[in-house]
Design a protein around this ligand. Structure first.
Ligand code: SAM
Ligand code: SF4
Length: 454
């Protein structure tokens, strides 16, 4: 979501004469888009601000002004503290107020500094200008689109309900417009995003409330869109329309990110997740009942207050039972203002480290078995861009595995079958399974020669 938000800030500033620079050193304005989800992410902001202070002082000596803005969830949660602690900062802007950036910059110019962390009454999406066609094309064939923001679930460890506010779904017609504009300018894959994306319940153009499944059904009809993904889902919000979308719609990718956090019911209840480990297993089974191809990824927290070895064993058992294609795992990080931050029975740092290592070893072994299983098979790959190796093009499988082939750049933006020959770390290597037939799609000479030589 921060990648998407950063792009929307660029789109907001472009009409005001800003262009993106390749490096922060060349910029007149540097925006740090920040994450507050774990302490480590928050801390990075202050170390980065220290670096920017040096750059700003140096620029001032040369008679050049650099404005520094802090955006995102750290800005939302610690705005006043940032203003007090970091004189280098000119503007602080919370995630719901990006559309006010030009105005805030003008205010900072006039008054010295500007801060906005209130949740504005208006919907920022109504004011954020759409990206220009050349900008869309430059960003590539895969794009994020926010459909839902905020969260009303209040898991006891999580800052999201406080930093992003309560759950809001964008109207479906606006999302359809966004996706059409992207598709018209070369985008082939859309990832719908939201903190609780499958809690989506936006107003449809027919006046009814649309679920995520209904929205996916309509987006799949947009010309040019060949792949649809969504993230992040909550196990409680898996409804029948979503399962049916996986059953019926080819464009909906069979890869579901479904965080569970823990396999222990005792911990899930202390986390206020509002689902048990068995509820989660049932949700996975519902997806699998409509397609055996569906693979899962998840998020895990180890060392939540009170987590015993037995609780942790329940997490390992759940991972073993489900079998993941990938997963993210984190050490519990107490966040000020959340209920879990006041819980006693902290798990020691050593135990957390040790549990994280054991969990990651299990997940890595599952991921590598999943990737190895692709060798010798033919899989569909959506090609994204030229790879670092000359002549190679890289794309992604349905399961987001990077896949490399030797081919001309004309295949970028197309889904083609690839025979997977080997695996290099996390990347699959293979060759196109069918000859390219359209005009201009012959192999470049140097590639054919290499092949013949080999
Ligand atoms: N809405 C999603 C869900 O319900 O699973 C998760 C969104 S959260 C931005 C992404 C992940 O960060 C969570 O799934 C969780 O694993 C992790 N996370 C959130 N708060 C955390 C904390 N205080 N300490 C460690 N990890 C945390
Ligand atoms: Fe945070 Fe997700 Fe829980 Fe909402 S559902 S509070 S975003 S972890």
């Amino acid at each position: 979501m921060n990648v998407y938000d950063a792009q929307r800030m660029v789109d907001t500033l472009q009409p005001h004469g800003f262009v993106e620079t390749a490096s922060a050193d060349d910029a007149d304005l540097v925006i740090l888009n920040t994450c507050h989800i774990r302490e480590k992410a928050s801390e990075k902001v202050y170390s980065e601000l220290g670096r920017l202070r040096v750059a700003k002082d140096e620029a001032a000596r040369q008679g050049r002004r650099i404005n520094v803005a802090v955006a995102g969830c750290v800005a939302q949660a610690e705005g006043a503290e940032i203003i007090n602690r970091a004189p280098v900062v000119d503007v602080v802007v919370g995630p719901q107020s990006y559309h006010h950036l030009p105005e805030l910059l003008a205010r900072a110019e006039r008054d010295g500094r500007a801060l906005e962390t209130e949740f504005p009454a208006e919907d920022k999406f109504a004011f954020l200008p759409p990206p220009k066609p050349d900008v869309i094309r430059a960003r590539g064939i895969s794009s994020f689109v926010t459909i839902q923001e905020g969260c009303d679930k209040f898991c006891t460890f999580c800052v999201v309900p406080y930093t992003r506010g309560s759950e809001v779904s964008r109207p479906a017609a606006k999302i359809i417009d966004d996706v059409k504009r992207l598709a018209d300018n070369g985008v082939r894959e859309i990832t719908l995003i939201g903190q609780n994306v499958n809690a989506y319940h936006g107003e449809g153009p027919d006046g009814r409330i649309w679920s995520l499944g209904t929205l996916l059904r309509h987006l799949a009809e947009i010309r040019g869109i060949v792949r649809l993904r969504y993230s992040t889902s909550h196990p409680r919000d898996v409804d029948e329309t979503l399962i049916e979308a996986h059953r019926d719609i080819r464009a909906v990718m069979p890869f579901v990110h479904l965080p569970v956090q823990s396999g222990s019911d005792r911990i899930l209840s202390a986390m206020n997740r509002k689902h048990s480990a068995d509820d989660y297993r049932r949700a996975v089974d519902r997806f699998r009942s409509v397609s055996q191809d569906i693979a899962f990824s998840s998020d895990f927290i180890v060392g939540f207050p009170g987590e015993s070895e037995q609780d942790f064993q329940a997490t390992l058992a759940l991972v073993t039972q489900i079998g993941y294609a990938a997963a993210y795992s984190f050490k519990y990080s107490p966040r000020p203002g959340t209920p879990a931050a006041d819980m006693q029975e902290m798990v020691s740092a050593e135990v957390m480290d040790e549990r994280l290592a054991r969990l990651q070893e299990l997940i890595d072994s599952q991921q590598s078995a999943f990737n190895k299983a692709a060798i010798g098979t033919t899989v569909d790959v959506l090609f994204e861009r030229a790879a670092r190796n000359p002549g190679q093009i890289v794309g992604r499988t349905a399961y987001l595995q990077p896949a490399h082939v030797m081919a001309p750049e004309t295949i970028i933006g197309r889904v083609l079958p690839v025979r997977i020959e080997s695996l290099e770390r996390y990347s699959l290597l293979g060759e196109l399974a069918t000859p390219l037939v359209a005009a201009g799609e012959t192999m470049p000479a140097h590639i054919s020669e290499t092949r013949m030589g080999a």
